[in-house]
Design a protein around this ligand. Structure first.
Ligand code: 5AD
Ligand code: SF4
Length: 483
């Protein structure tokens, strides 16, 4: 599962005379960002062009995320604001179609139209391909149209090829859903069971992205390393095999995949990190807890030492690999010793980046009904301790990059005139004074300084885009935290 990011919007230049305009607000993970782009693709043939703001839109889609606390409160307060807009439009003789998509729509379908009867469409993540038909039905009919049926295979078969270039870095969903049923998590209920797209469709989409100018492709899935799709030879392939094929596509300089589960981190995939140069030395591998007792209560299916061993093997295969993770503080039943076991795991493994959350109960999940909920104040304290250690490790990792040489993918202009921005192999934002480099170039740089959230770098003389990708042979992140 992907760590949620702040809400984003799909906007853009509107063509001279668009028939209709579409505004999509996206909450949550990269998978939702990808889905929003695909919804825009499906609606383009109906004449919907991007709108700058909901005020300009004939249709507004709220693409929701159920992972975080208060997801539905946020949705209903946004809907309240949009209701005013919708009514104003109607008074002026215009119409605004209001749609709620994503995981909150899936989980709370009928509840949404009961509480907000002015919503026209409620659609779950597996039904976006049906949007045109739903829009037609909503336009004709009074009353809301609700579509929250699974399964994912249908969606991927029927969604049109993406037409909107994503830019230098692109996302490609290869897998959806989850069969793992972690005690705290809503994903198996909102995204359905695991489904892997075929290698042929993934490769075709990657080729299209590369032809449109994307140089880095991040493969997405709630359980992306559980991917096991039909291969080009008709046999079932695993993710390692798929990555090898994708690395051969001309124009693809960098590959990443997120989010992974430790249980699916098999030896072939670990080996792939050692011998696919395009596979970036950065892996988000959530562990959630360092206590075996809590890992068991979470139904994670692995122990803390399994995670330590995976980290060791990854570093043996690819010495410069940096790890990122997710942690939950205060899962039901967690005591001080469990918390200290999590702190110990963090110290032992060392993380370049991490997301940590206070456990919060999700209705319908096994942990929600568990006795022994941890008091809020205790969860707060544990979370603060975890975050302080992780912050120290992140700063230590960034500092360890100073003085090293690595490659940077140029993504676009920087914040200041004359500056360019890019990404290091370890996903750190990078800024430098440009000298003719273009977005899409992979350039060699020396890291000059670690700033709070980025690296300052100096480009080297090596001509842009020439030569193989290169990262420093030393492992910048293996110094464990200063703690
Ligand atoms: N409470 C707290 N954190 C959660 N996550 C998922 N569900 C919950 C919950 N109920 C966290 C996990 C997951 C990340 C995306 O969100 O750490 O990996
Ligand atoms: Fe949720 Fe666990 Fe599945 Fe990740 S593996 S999506 S945390 S149920």
């Amino acid at each position: 599962m992907n760590a949620p990011s702040p809400p984003s919007t799909i906007t853009g230049d509107t063509p001279a005379r668009p028939l209709k305009r579409l505004f999509i607000r996206t909450w949550g993970c990269q998978m939702n960002v990808y889905d929003s782009a695909r919804m825009a693709d499906v609606l383009a043939p109906l004449g919907y062009a991007p709108a700058e703001a909901p005020e300009d839109a004939d249709m507004v889609v709220l693409n929701t995320c159920h992972i975080r606390e208060k997801a539905s409160e946020k949705l209903f307060s946004e809907l309240g604001r949009l209701r005013v807009l919708k009514q104003a439009k109607e008074q002026g003789g215009d119409r605004m179609i209001l749609a709620v998509a994503g995981c909150v729509a899936q989980a709370e379908g009928a509840e949404i139209t009961a509480r907000a009867p002015y919503v026209d469409l409620v659609l779950g993540p597996q039904t976006y391909h049906r949007l045109p038909e739903m829009v037609a039905r909503a336009t004709r009919a009074a009353g809301a149209v609700i579509e929250t049926d699974f399964p994912a295979e249908e969606k991927f078969d029927f969604l049109p090829d993406s037409t909107t270039p994503q830019g230098v870095t692109a996302f490609l969903t290869i897998q959806e859903g989850c069969d793992k049923f972690c005690s705290f998590c809503v994903v198996p209920y909102t995204r359905g069971s695991e489904y892997s797209r075929s290698a042929a469709t993934v490769i075709a989409e990657a080729r299209r992205l590369a032809a449109q100018g994307s140089r880095e492709i991040a493969l997405l899935g709630q359980n992306v390393n559980a991917w096991h799709g039909e291969g080009l030879d008709g046999k079932t392939w695993n993710l390692a095999r798929l990555l090898r094929e994708l690395a051969d596509i001309e124009g693809v300089a960098r590959l990443r995949y997120t989010t992974s589960h430790p249980r699916d981190m098999d030896d072939e995939l670990i080996a792939a990190h050692g011998d696919i140069p395009a596979l970036m030395p950065f892996l988000h591998l959530p562990v959630q807890s360092g206590s075996d007792r809590i890992l068991q209560a979470m139904n994670r299916g692995h122990k803390a030492d399994d995670y330590r061993r995976i980290a060791e093997k990854l570093r043996a295969a690819r010495p410069d690999i940096a790890l990122s993770s997710d942690f939950i503080a205060g899962h039901p039943g967690e005591n001080e010793a469990d918390h200290q076991a999590t702190m110990a795991l963090i110290r032992d493994v060392g993380f370049a980046l991490a997301y940590s959350f206070k456990y919060s109960s999700r209705p319908g999940t096994p942990a929600a009904g568990a006795t022994m909920q941890v008091p809020e104040a205790e969860k707060d304290r544990r979370l603060q301790e975890i975050q302080a250690l992780l912050r120290e490790q992140q700063d230590g990792f960034n500092r360890s990059c100073v003085g090293r040489r690595c490659d940077v993918l140029v993504t676009g202009p920087g914040r200041h005139p004359g500056q360019l921005a890019g990404r290091s192999p370890w996903l750190q934002p990078v800024h430098f004074v440009g000298a003719g480099q273009q977005p899409g170039d992979v350039i060699a740089v020396d890291v000059a300084a670690a700033l709070p959230n980025s690296l300052a770098v100096h480009p080297l003389e090596r001509p842009a885009g020439n030569g193989p990708p290169e990262t420093s042979p030393q492992p910048p992140c293996q110094e464990k935290a200063a703690a």
